[in-house]
Ligand binder design. Structure first.
Ligand code: PEP
Length: 287
């Protein structure tokens, strides 16, 4: 799953001033970043939508369009649990990755209604969305829970797509940087460097999810660059390789501008992932 992405992270570009002022470390860092490749990913979060039959139809529609879009883009779909087994089977040979939308915090036992990371991985699922704002908001997921879920995901070779983002009140109070920093520090900073190297992050401002309001491309770039800077404080240059997706009312009409930004490596798509033409239209943003 590699694409060519020579975008230089903004924090590398903005720091340091002229070449004369830069010390050797900065020049090395910049050079490494310049030749770094990050995957471009468009992931569809189907949430609690579609019956299994409808989900299979949707997936087949996506497969049918795959040949028409840039081969540089990696697709992931995250259907409801009930569809995973069938969609994993259908995904074989298509190059489309399949993810779950959640996993349990515990490995096994008396947790009625829960689904373990092991169960999910045993189906052939590769990814799991963790920390989605709807899970934080409606199911009280905290950093403590998410640390456990992350551990379960990694123990079972699932790649987490870890979501962060502020709500409207926090954005209006200018606290969005602090909020995402906290969400990153309390969970991502607990990963080992090896675990971190596999992590995907999704920045999803809560005020933009399902609301029709989208962050502007500049707002997305500003906070994606900030997240990468925070990641670099802990993981150094490895942060240049972290895929950071944007999510929040992404549509064919706004995707190109947002995805063109240096630190935006694709999108996590909700509503628009449920219509083949919209999902394809978003992926076309990379053409
Ligand atoms: C999401 O919930 O992950 C999301 C991005 O939703 P939407 O695209 O519908 O705003």
């Amino acid at each position: 799953m590699q694409k060519v992405n020579t975008k230089l992270p903004a924090f590398v570009r903005q720091e340091g001033g002229s070449m004369e002022q830069k010390n050797l470390d900065q020049i090395i860092r910049e050079t490494v970043a310049r030749y770094m490749n990050r995957s471009l990913i468009v992931a569809g979060n189907w949430k609690m939508n579609t019956t299994p039959v409808e989900g299979v139809e949707l997936f087949k529609g996506i497969v049918a369009k795959k040949g028409e879009v840039c081969s540089c883009v990696n697709f992931i779909v995250a259907p409801p649990f009930t569809h995973l087994s069938e969609i994993v089977k259908l995904s074989r040979g298509t190059g489309i990755g399949v993810g779950a939308q959640n996993c349990a915090a515990e490995a096994k036992g008396a947790y009625t209604g829960e689904l373990s990371a092991e169960m999910i991985a045993s189906l052939g699922v590769e990814y799991v969305i963790l920390g989605h704002s709807e899970r934080r908001q409606y199911y009280g997921e905290t950093s403590e829970t998410l640390n456990k879920k992350m551990a379960q995901a990694y123990a079972n070779n699932l790649t987490p797509i870890y979501c962060v983002g502020e709500n409207l009140e926090e954005r209006e109070a200018g606290k969005h940087f602090d909020v995402v920093r906290q969400q990153v520090e309390e969970v991502v900073f607990n990963l080992t460097p090896e675990q971190f190297s596999k992590l995907i992050i999704a920045y999803e401002p809560v005020w933009a999810i399902g609301t029709g309001k989208t962050a502007t491309a500049d707002q997305a770039q500003e906070i994606h660059a900030y997240i990468r800077k925070v990641l670099a404080e802990k993981f150094g240059d490895a942060a240049n390789e972290t895929v950071i997706l944007y999510g929040g009312s992404c549509k064919p009409a706004n995707a190109a501008e947002i995805f063109a930004k240096e630190d935006v490596d694709g999108g996590l798509i909700g509503g628009a992932a449920l219509k083949v033409s919209d999902f394809k239209g978003i992926i076309d943003a990379f053409n």
